[in-house]
Design a protein around this ligand. Structure first.
Ligand code: FMN
Length: 250
């Protein structure tokens, strides 16, 4: 079973592509997280967990979802981390998580996909994004072959700089993952799509405008999914293209 978390669609794309090639089921962790529901899942086929990279680790919300949930049946676990450039030393914490859950770790596959962190970085426009996704396909295909054949993903080497990056992950959450800078501009119609898209259930509408609570994980679903491009993050998001991976979108 392929279980994924995704803010802007890259990891959903990877998850659905794997599922369609190996003929397995795909489950969106976001629906459980939104309803504060614990997963109780069973699969006799390998578990494949797919998610974005947040500050060189699995998103905290997804690691907690796995930690809290029950995943019965197969003990084999693969991890696919989509990223804008690199996953650092994410494998170490993933191995610990596998140990806690009684999973046999079968590796982590870092898949470079378009950057979505519009609140911090430059994000690609549609043509550039398409090129990045095309470039990612052969690696995803090789990952799919590994899963099909029951082989572990190739080892990801992590040097000193990677270990350092992943080690500052808790600092990233305490310093940067805040909601104060999210705001809707005049073109906001109050349609509520951001409320529906938020996997944390952290947005409500009042006076026909979205308001953010404190339970944000900076997934960028609200800002990138707004049909009017009417959400900004301070000044940092101004004038940037909104990124969403549209393939496999329902
Ligand atoms: C909060 C946040 C932190 C991120 N940190 C990293 C990172 O450490 N390394 C990296 O290469 N990409 C990073 N990215 C980029 C995403 O991991 C990447 O674009 C991913 O494919 C998005 O997946 P999604 O569309 O499934 O949400 C970050 C994005 C966000 C929103």
């Amino acid at each position: 079973m392929i279980v994924y978390f995704s803010g802007t669609g890259n990891s959903r794309f990877a998850a659905k592509m794997i599922a369609s090639h190996i003929g397995d089921k795909v489950v969106d962790a976001g629906t459980f997280i939104k309803q504060n529901r614990r997963a109780e899942l069973r699969s006799e086929r390998p578990w494949v967990f797919a998610a974005p990279t947040y500050a060189w680790q699995l998103p905290r919300i997804f690691a907690d979802f796995i930690r809290r949930g029950s995943f019965d049946g197969s003990r084999t676990a693969y991890f696919v981390m989509t990223c804008g450039s690199e996953i650092g030393n994410a494998a170490t914490k993933i191995k610990e998580l596998c140990w806690e859950k009684g999973f046999a770790y079968h590796g982590v596959l870092p898949v470079v996909m378009p950057e979505n962190y519009i609140a911090m970085f430059r994000v690609p426009g549609p043509d550039e994004a398409f090129g990045i996704i095309e470039k990612a396909m052969p690696l995803l295909q090789r990952g799919i072959e590994c899963i099909r054949q029951g082989r572990a993903f190739p080892d990801v080497k992590a040097g000193f700089a990677d270990r350092l990056r992943s080690a500052i992950n808790p600092l990233f959450y305490s310093m940067f993952v805040k909601t104060k800078k999210f705001h809707a501009i005049d073109t906001c119609t109050g349609c509520g799509k951001c409320v529906r898209d938020c996997p944390m259930n952290n947005i409500s509408i009042s006076d026909r405008k979205p308001r953010w609570g404190s339970a944000c994980t900076h997934c960028m679903a609200c800002i990138c999914g707004c049909p009017e491009e009417a959400i900004e993050y301070g000044k940092r998001s101004r004038g940037k293209p909104r990124y969403q991976c549209r393939e496999y979108e329902e």
